[in-house]
Design a protein around this ligand. Structure first.
Ligand code: MRU
Length: 347
């Protein structure tokens, strides 16, 4: 990822090697603030309160959190308690369980005194692997964008994306954004419609911030604009990330994704879902079984932004509000899945 002109990763071990440095995404794009997580409760808070977020990034942060827990208590009870605490931080992204189970499987057979180092090692591998997976997703998605460009060589390729499935949500490149970055770097003219993504505005705040840093032309639109843009022929493809793809190919992603898929279907616009294997959940049959996170109603009733005195929050309504954070897009609305193994018609 390119941040303030520098090449860097969105998560890395701290200088002493026993903590991790992450960006506090609650402050972006207004402030670029790195924080160091030093223990498992701190990692759990960072995930739960969305200092960091996005399915792969949640998994990587939790993997490091488990390593930190084993630094403090490498016994069986310490391992079980930390695994449970980190797992309950957010319910929907399957990467969280995948990463925690992966670290636990690597360390459980070892004597307690060997567990912490092994956990840090496995977390590093998960971190490196995530970057490689996203790069591979980008390369396969690039071929799709090249094909779209060949169809209309006289104008930019217009991609619409929802939420943030970029490098802030992964270790590097992002999933939905990886093909976009690779296409831009390859000189293909590209423009991105960025859904603002109420209520937390991951699109307007985070995806737009990423694209600005990378120099990719983009326009922020309200969540309800996508249908009109597609009808007007202003969208060549939709590319989104996902928190979980079930055995039948249903896609769980940020609330509002389903409506984009419906509009894409109605207008003959291809709808692509980018994911690494760590987001595939073969143990869950269909999207109907995925736990949908219900977040605080205050995220809906209030809005935040940069005011004269810094980041300010104002109230929109006194009415009760509901805040389901994810929805399910049925497999039948997905044109293809962009994975590290290639572009697949079905998972
Ligand atoms: O609630 P968030 O911000 O964690 O939701 C993020 C998304 O919905 C992303 O699209 C998904 O996690 C994929 S990130 C590569």
């Amino acid at each position: 990822m390119i941040l303030e002109g520098r090449q860097t990763r969105s998560i890395a071990r701290s200088d002493d090697g026993r903590g991790v440095r992450i960006l506090d995404q609650r402050k972006l794009p207004w402030e670029v603030c790195w924080v160091t997580l030093r223990d498992a409760p701190g990692a759990a808070t960072a995930i739960c309160e969305m200092w960091t977020r996005g399915a792969p990034m949640i998994g990587v942060t939790a993997a490091y959190g488990l390593a930190m827990a084993l630094d403090a208590d490498p016994g069986d009870a310490g391992l079980a308690n930390a695994h449970a605490m980190l797992l309950e931080t957010r319910p929907t992204a399957i990467n969280l369980r995948w990463a925690l189970d992966s670290v636990r499987a690597a360390v459980a057979p070892l004597p307690p005194e060997a567990r912490a180092d092994a956990a840090w090692g496995r977390a590093d591998e998960i971190c490196d692997e995530d970057s490689d997976l996203c790069r591979a997703i980008g390369e396969h998605g690039l071929a799709l964008i090249q094909a779209l460009h060949a169809r209309h060589p006289d104008r930019p390729v217009n991609i619409l994306t929802h939420c943030n499935a970029g490098w802030l949500a992964t270790v590097d490149y992002g999933t939905a954004t990886a093909p976009i970055y690779l296409a831009h770097d390859a000189g293909i003219p590209i423009h991105v419609w960025v859904d603002e993504t109420r209520p937390r505005n991951q699109g307007a705040l985070l995806t737009a911030f990423e694209l600005r840093n990378h120099g990719v032309p983009h326009t922020v639109v309200t969540d309800n604009a996508g249908g009109l843009l597609m009808m007007q022929g202003k969208v060549d493809a939709v590319i989104v990330g996902t928190d979980r793809v079930t055995a039948n190919g249903d896609v769980c992603n940020k609330i509002g994704t389903y409506l984009k898929a419906l509009a894409a279907h109605d207008n003959g616009v291809p709808f692509y879902v980018a994911l690494p294997h760590t987001t595939f959940d073969p143990a869950t049959a269909t999207g109907a079984e995925v736990p949908i996170e219900e977040r605080d109603a205050a995220e809906v009733t209030c809005v935040s932004g940069m005011g004269k005195a810094g980041i300010e929050t104002v109230r929109l309504t006194e009415s009760p509000a509901a805040n389901p954070a994810f929805d399910i897009t049925p497999a039948r609305l997905v044109t293809a899945y962009i994975t590290e193994r290639g572009v697949l018609d079905r998972v």
